[in-house]
Design a binder for this molecule. Sequence first.
Ligand code: MG
Length: 285
Amino acid sequence: MASKEVMPIGVFASIGEGLGAGLDRVKQMAVPTVQVPAPVPHLLTEKHARSVRRQFKEAGIEITLVFCGYPGESYATIQAVRDTVGLVPPSTRDERIEHTRKIADFAAALGAPAIGIHAGFISEDWSSADFDELAHVVKGVCDYASAMDLWVHLETGQETADTLLHFLQAIDRANVAVNFDPANMILYGSGEPIEALRKVGKYVRSCHCKDAKWSNRPGQEWGVEVPLGEGDVGIEAFLSTLTELGYKGPLTIEREISGEQQVRDIKKGVDLLQSLKKKLLKGRR
Ligand code: MG
């Protein structure tokens, strides 16, 4: 990673047509790194990648990961995620593999080190055909990305840490990693986040600093996403566990609302992470 800083703070930045606005917002936050969602398909070009790369470089901001998203995905309910998200749904699988490859090409042209994927619900039945087929698909994505020296980070959330760990072992590729989102574990009701982090820790190369409160019916109804530090994750424990694990990658703040409130919440998140980092990294180098 180009950034020398240990656990540099980051935010999400949009890199669509109105790149200027997205970049201005990041500059306003004064953070050194960003993760970016892949732009709409017609902007997945080398020309656009070069333009984005140049503008972020000039601003001194490092793009640490490009997130894949696919037309037709819905996060409206947990069941909708099951049915529509990622590389799981069979009816859209082939076109999404193709789309993922285009995003990987774009990420490479951008000079980003990784792509991120919400693979979808990994089957908790490790001997099922569904588990095997998805592992095979992700393995293929890793092999494609590997040719361009890209990492493939799987976002946590839908599955338990034990299943994710088994899945990573089944993929068995040197460039597969985890983007650990502690709030997702709570939102989906898939397990206690700090315990999960310890289980998959050696694979974690990026993370989302996001917070949430458990639902009354975990796994059936969404928990509630809240500003960083106000939920059930335990952000200080999260950061201190990352530190214990030797994690040095970016801390990317994710706040899944929009408008001015989002900006205010993210700024408060930046302040919170800065003060926690100061406390945790005291005396370390
Ligand atoms: Mg996330």
